[in-house]
Design a protein around this ligand. Structure first.
Ligand code: ADP
Ligand code: GLC
Length: 507
């Protein structure tokens, strides 16, 4: 190697100290939640529980993730878990005691501690029905805190996620007062306010073993007879966050507040919106092993066509790289705007347009998508299944991705779509509004197509605008594809904001 070249390389190298410099001081956080990729995932919460801890490590945060050890966790992970200890814990109002085992798994610098108990976690999926889920998550919340004390790992912050971890802040300030873990501050993140863990007071009081005074209107009580686990957690947490700024505002209104809008307005002083990101290593078109061909922003326009053809072939669609392929990857529930999609499909499908859906959920949506596949053979493909590999292929092979949600706390599919050069078509709500800048035909700026009111006609209009651009003004479309691929959808920015928040609570 010539000296000149060597010199250049040496001067361009970042000094080691600089490269590994982490923000000071170090802080520690325990994540408590009910799902986490790759162990168990039903939706975006699983993605966040995986990706955010990874991003926080780069912010000099020591992270432990506490999860239930569900039986459905694949054996390849179970077999690598290491036994960390066990103890017996009182749970119910009558002092019934339960076994708590701790199994540990360390991966990518993150420590995962799984709470083991045959009675609660040995069957079914993470969520079954409230009769079983209420006791399960009472147990889990209390066991998670008891496990921290047992392991003598006392974090600065306990970061709880959704209603399944809702009782953690309540337990911490009641039954755990005076124990080591009570020195921690708590954050409760709302990923989805629709699910709250509501059941009659006697049942929740019995299983949680919590003192009577928490079952008042300021905390758990709701209506005449019910206890709401999320509501209690929101009252007792030191800080509440949700996964986008717009959703933070929306949930304080009656329409989006799921009966907790007044409670959230009351606590608005400690409520912040911090938008989600995605793990850009996991979602990387240049290395994704599931794609027909890998690509990046420099060759997306060519390579996407190849991915489209491969997708069309695999799904039995007419193979034509000039068709406008619209994807939809979603839980099939009311939240996701599927009644609008159902209403527009018959007028949407034409000789230029194909539609691919991937999802599972409510029978009426599963059935209607199957029905449309039958009506429009070769143009519509309904994949009524949960399949990670197929999801990656659709993100890469589709031209546009629909997210017309009724409400959307953040939404990750539009972020993944943009990273894969697939243009999102979204309703302006929650995180969709905060992450997709509408296309402006006069300035040729923006990342996708949007509509505001929840109406099928407006969704159709947005899709037509997208399709027209794709079919008739391809250079503008192509520029948007490249722009989307270059947009920063990583966790970098938001992980820093979480760090600042932890520092604010624990200066
Ligand atoms: P939500 O959490 O409300 O379901 P998000 O958009 O935040 O919505 O996250 C959904 C996540 O689940 C994304 O990673 C998406 O790719 C994935 N996903 C949803 N449905 C399926 C499916 N049927 N198969 C594979 N992945 C899916
Ligand atoms: C929820 C929301 C979704 C969000 C995800 C992760 O499931 O429905 O909008 O992206 O949580 O925060």
């Amino acid at each position: 190697m010539s000296t000149k070249k060597l010199q250049k390389e040496v001067t361009e190298q970042v000094p080691v100290a600089e490269e590994t410099k982490l923000p000071e001081p170090r802080r520690s956080v325990a994540f408590i939640g009910s799902e986490c990729y790759p162990f168990v995932k039903t939706g975006g919460l699983g993605d966040v529980m995986y990706a955010l801890p990874k991003a926080l490590i780069a912010q000099n945060i020591d992270v432990k993730v506490i999860l239930p050890r569900y039986k459905c966790i694949p054996w390849k992970y179970q077999e690598k878990m290491v036994y960390r200890g066990e103890f017996v814990m009182n749970l119910c109002a009558d002092g019934r005691s339960f076994y708590v085992g701790i199994m540990e798994y360390v991966w990518d610098g993150v420590v995962y501690d799984f709470i083991d108990n045959e009675e609660f976690f040995s069957w079914g999926n993470p969520y079954t029905n409230l009769v079983d889920d209420i006791p399960k998550f009472c147990f889990f919340g209390k066991a998670a805190l008891a496990a921290l004390n047992y392991m003598n790992w006392i974090p600065d912050i306990i970061h709880c996620h959704d209603w399944q971890a809702g009782l953690v802040p309540v337990y911490l300030r009641t039954l755990f007062e005076g124990t080591p873990v009570a020195s921690a501050k708590t954050i409760l993140t709302i990923h989805n306010l629709r699910f709250q863990g509501i059941y009659n007071i006697p049942t929740v009081r019995y299983w949680s073993g919590l003192p009577d005074y928490v079952f008042n209107y300021d905390a758990l009580k709701q209506g005449n007879d019910d206890a709401n686990m999320f509501k209690g957690g929101l009252a007792y947490a030191d800080m509440i966050t949700t996964v986008s700024n717009t959703y933070a505002g929306e949930i304080q209104t009656e329409f989006y507040g799921e009966n907790l809008d007044a409670h959230l307005r009351y606590h608005s002083g400690k409520l912040r919106g911090i938008v989600n990101g995605i793990d850009v290593e996991m979602w990387d078109t240049a290395t994704d092993p599931r794609l027909a061909v890998n690509y990046d922003a420099s060759n997306v326009l060519e390579k996407k066509k190849e991915n489209k053809r491969a997708l069309q072939e695999e799904l039995g669609l007419v193979q034509d790289e000039n068709k406008f392929v619209i994807g939809l990857i979603s839980r099939l529930t009311d939240q996701k705007g599927l009644d609008l999609v159902n209403a527009v499909i018959p007028s949407l499908i034409d000789e230029h347009t194909q539609f691919v859906v991937l999802g599972t959920g409510d029978a009426r949506y599963e059935d209607s998508f199957r029905y449309y596949e039958n009506c429009f053979k070769g143009s519509v493909c309904s994949n009524i299944m949960y399949d990670e590999t197929r999801a990656h292929k659709i993100y890469a092979g589709a031209d546009a991705l629909l997210v017309p949600s009724l409400f959307e706390p953040c939404g990750l599919t539009q972020l993944i779509a943009m990273r894969y050069g697939t243009v999102p078509i979204v309703r302006e709500t929650g995180g969709l509004k905060d992450t997709v800048e509408p296309y402006n035909q006069f300035t040729d700026e923006g990342n996708g197509f949007t509509f505001d009111r929840y109406e099928a006609g407006l969704l159709m209009d947005a899709i037509i605008r997208a399709r027209n651009l794709y079919l008739d003004y391809r250079p503008s479309w192509d520029k948007m594809v490249v722009r989307d691929m270059n947009k920063d959808v990583s966790w970098d920015h938001s992980a820093k904001i979480y760090r600042d928040l932890y520092m604010e609570l624990r200066p």
